[in-house]
Design a binder for this molecule. Structure first.
Ligand code: ZN
Ligand code: ZN
Length: 426
């Protein structure tokens, strides 16, 4: 049966309004019960249950707590939609009635830390369930296969890779297209941001152990102080982006943590620096890694560190490749979104310096065309007010991140469902 574009728009908006109370309830429940990366057990089982209820065949335990739901609806291509499921070790300070009070013990910290959906993955899950429910109701308008994927461990950059390694592309219908969205507090709720080509950066983390010879604070001449060597290293690393990378290239280097020493009057044996770099190309990444290696070693040499105590550089966890949206797919999705949301609500956004391991789903063999979008998640009046005052609203990962659930969830579900129905249009 053919559905005219404005008839479909009417139907999808009406259905989304009907589904909304259930989706907000799901969101509140997920928000109140966050789980850290790799521990998304209850979350995954809830998402599996919701997908099953919407008529999907559900498979669990894919690459850890990953969930894959399949809805076969006749001949045609396969479209994958993905939501991440993990939360962050952040103590919530939003004051919301459904704020998380969950806290857990973390290996690296002495005290318990709070757990919070501070990156909005709770919204993404409610949106994915909403899109699936809309697509079930609209099954007469599309033909093909829908793959709804709940991904664990996005925040550690390892979940997508684990799902691919566990056969997401071989055990289930291989997707012809893959779509994802992420809430964005810099975009007014009700709007969607798109960008063809590179949309977010690649990311690599390094642990740099600067070593020296510890001793008494009053006898520095009898030691080689790794605190001073580390301090010089931190400042030197900041010249990599400013002096060594082509200014037209995107590059960021952050030393996010410095760990060393125990008390005022003792020089420690070592200091660990946790370094993170962001880039758009392998060439920039390789240049940055080579420069870090050279500087770290060179500064240790200049401090008189002996050969057997040269700094150690380790790469904990996985790197995330830059994310490149397929231009043809992105253009198709953009025109579908304009037909349901209106031209003024579909906006071109600048490239993001953040990273996202959804890129992994697009970089395999064969290459799956991906389209990753940003979903407005700020109260438009608050956003305008904060811009006037020259301050930012709480961003992703903030303990005060509190986006308005409506229209964020509703518009996200409409956008995702419309994109799938449009790509699989009868
Ligand atoms: Zn995040
Ligand atoms: Zn996120």
């Amino acid at each position: 049966m053919m559905t005219r574009p404005d008839a479909l728009r009417e139907r999808i908006h009406t259905l989304a309004r009907q589904e909304y109370p259930m989706l907000e309830a799901l969101y509140r429940d997920l928000h109140a019960h966050p789980e850290l990366s790799g521990h998304e057990k209850a979350t995954a089982s809830r998402i599996g249950e919701e997908l099953r209820r919407s008529g999907l065949t559900v498979h669990t335990g894919i690459g850890g707590h990953g969930v894959v739901g399949v809805l076969a609806n006749g001949q045609g291509p396969t479209v994958m939609i993905r939501s991440d499921m993990d939360a962050l070790p952040v103590t919530e300070r939003t004051g919301l009635p459904y704020a998380s009070t969950v806290s857990v013990s973390v290996e690296t910290r002495a005290v318990k830390v709070g757990v919070m959906h501070a990156c909005g993955h709770d919204l993404h899950m409610a949106i994915m369930v909403g899109a699936v429910r809309l697509l079930s109701a609209l099954s007469d308008t599309w033909s093909g296969t829908l793959l709804a994927v709940g991904q664990p461990s996005e925040e550690t950059g390892s979940g997508a890779r684990a799902m691919v390694a566990d056969g997401i592309f071989t055990r289930f219908p291989g997707p012809d297209y893959a779509l994802a969205l992420h809430v964005d507090p810099n975009i007014p709720a009700g709007k969607i941001g798109y960008r063809p080509g590179i949309i977010s950066a690649g990311s690599t983390s390094l642990d740099v152990t600067v070593r020296g010879i510890g001793g008494h604070a009053a006898h520095p001449h009898q030691s080689i102080d790794p605190v001073v060597t580390a301090a010089r290293t931190i400042l030197a690393l900041q010249t990599i982006v400013s002096r060594e990378i082509d200014p037209r290239e995107m590059a960021v280097l952050t030393v996010g943590a410095v760990h060393g020493g125990t008390k005022h009057n003792a020089i420690p044996d070592e200091v660990v620096l946790r370094v993170n770099i962001r880039y758009n190309s392998d060439a920039t990444r390789d240049r940055m890694l080579a420069s870090i290696g050279r500087m770290v070693r060179g500064i240790a040499l200049s401090a008189g560190v002996p050969d057997d105590l040269m700094p150690l550089i380790r790469r904990p966890g996985d790197a995330t490749p830059p994310m490149e949206n397929d231009p043809v797919l992105t253009e198709r999705v953009r025109s579908i979104l304009i037909s349901v949301l209106g031209e003024e609500n579909v906006i071109l956004i600048p490239q993001l310096t953040g990273s996202e391991d959804f890129s992994v789903f697009g970089n395999g063999t064969p290459r799956v065309p991906i389209c990753y979008m940003r979903l407005g998640a700020a109260d438009p009046r608050e956003l305008e007010g904060s811009a006037k005052e020259g301050r930012d609203l709480p961003y992703l990962h903030s303990s005060r991140f509190a986006p308005p659930p409506d229209p964020t969830i509703r518009i996200g579900a409409i956008a995702m469902a419309a994109a799938v129905a449009g790509l699989l249009s009868r």
